[in-house]
Design a protein around this ligand. Structure first.
Ligand code: BG6
Length: 371
């Protein structure tokens, strides 16, 4: 795939680090490809084909594995919040095991950065046999997935050499935002005013990501403090549940830490029992829809004498006296928070891996994709 203008900074010691820093440019690439900045509209190639199909759709199923599944989860929440569509979501292998019946009115959205993951390919073969329309989000032009689907949106992220998905994850979430806007216009569920507001927000995203990247040295200091930890519990709600799951996977993959993620509300239904002093909690609490619940949980955890690390929005002073450590992300629309809040964790995971002497690009026992 053609990658436009991705800056190569030679001083990056590992691909993972470099790829984290490429995220502003990848977002710009996606904007260049799929956003009409003047008309404030989303543009997809071959609109007639996609439009004809989408008009008939009465069911949406989202499928992915690993990081791609977490991006799909954010997509599910967007469809629900902005379109009133309750999309189904599954891990590709579980979906196959359930022998799900689909038909020509089903839209199956498959997410796979590599376009090669065997579970995804098998799932696509299955639903194509059942005559369903398949829309794929992938970073790989001419991959197996690309050949099997009906319509592809590309991450525009360039090659991702490191095992851990970073720039492909945030670009997958942005593609979901664009699909939401596209369907929102088609189904008249998103007003032109809201669409313009969201598109303007997308245009500002690279700047906001750069603000987070500038915290690299601070995050290195945080990594120094916590890198010997064996256990971390991670909590988040709604979009931030997706961030919590992805943070857990990133930390496991690159640092071998036992990092376990929970939906915020679910944590009190059992898992809280394992939260001893040696297991700090990381809580995703950006300002926005679910901030209040996250703040209440942080207070509860502190009453239990737990160490709490918080990710919240710049300018929020309410947690200063409560949390043990606060990492800030720029103020944004809640819809963009799943893109912004994961970036400090990508950077932390990278530095922790390096401090532990792990090669973050090639951690043990893992492949970039499983075939
Ligand atoms: C796994 C990788 O094997 O595949 C994960 O270890 C990755 O990091 C998952 O997220 C899915 O890969 P893809 O290419 O289908 O998005």
């Amino acid at each position: 795939m053609q990658v436009k203008n991705i800056e190569t900074i030679k001083t990056f010691p590992h691909s993972m680090f470099k790829e984290i820093f490429e995220q502003p440019q990848v977002i710009k690439n996606i904007i260049g490809e799929y956003v009409d900045k003047k008309r404030k509209e989303v543009i997809f190639n071959d609109p007639d084909k996609i439009l004809k199909k989408l008009k008939k759709i009465n069911r949406i199923i989202l499928l992915g594995c690993g990081t791609s599944y977490h991006a799909a989860l954010s997509g599910k929440y967007m469809f629900s919040e902005y379109l009133g569509i309750e999309a189904e979501i599954d891990l590709a292998d579980e979906f196959i095991a359930r022998k799900v019946k689909t038909d020509s009115k089903t839209l199956v959205i498959t997410i796979s950065q590599s376009g090669k993951t065997a579970d995804i390919i098998r799932a696509v073969r299955l639903v194509r046999k059942q005559k369903s329309f398949v829309l794929s989000l992938t970073n790989a032009l001419n991959s197996k997935l690309d050949w099997l689907d009906n319509f592809t949106l590309y991450n525009q992220a360039g090659e991702e050499k490191a095992l851990a998905a970073t720039k492909t994850y945030t670009s997958q979430i942005l593609l979901f935002i664009l699909i939401t806007l596209y369907l929102g216009k088609l189904q008249k569920k998103i007003t032109p005013m809201l669409r313009i507001k969201i598109i303007n927000g997308i245009i500002r995203l690279p700047k906001k990501i750069n603000q987070i990247l500038k915290q690299n040295v601070n995050l290195q200091i945080v990594a120094n403090k916590y890198y010997k930890l064996d256990d971390l519990l991670i909590l988040g709600k709604n979009y931030q549940y997706a961030s919590a799951l992805e943070a857990g996977l990133k930390l496991k993959e690159t640092t071998y830490m036992h990092a376990e993620s929970f939906a915020l509300g679910e944590f009190l239904h059992g898992p809280v029992a394992i939260s001893g002093k040696k297991r700090p909690c990381l809580v995703f609490a950006p300002l926005g829809k679910n901030y209040k619940e996250a703040k209440e949980m942080i207070k509860k955890l502190k009453k239990l004498k737990k160490k709490v690390i918080v990710i919240t929005t710049q300018g929020n002073r309410q947690l200063i006296r409560i949390a043990d450590k606060i990492i800030y992300t720029p103020k944004t629309l809640n819809l963009f928070n799943p893109i912004l809040t994961i970036i400090p964790i990508q950077i932390l995971a990278y530095h922790i891996a390096v401090l532990k002497g792990i090669n973050p690009d090639r951690p043990r026992n893992l492949n970039k994709y499983v075939i």
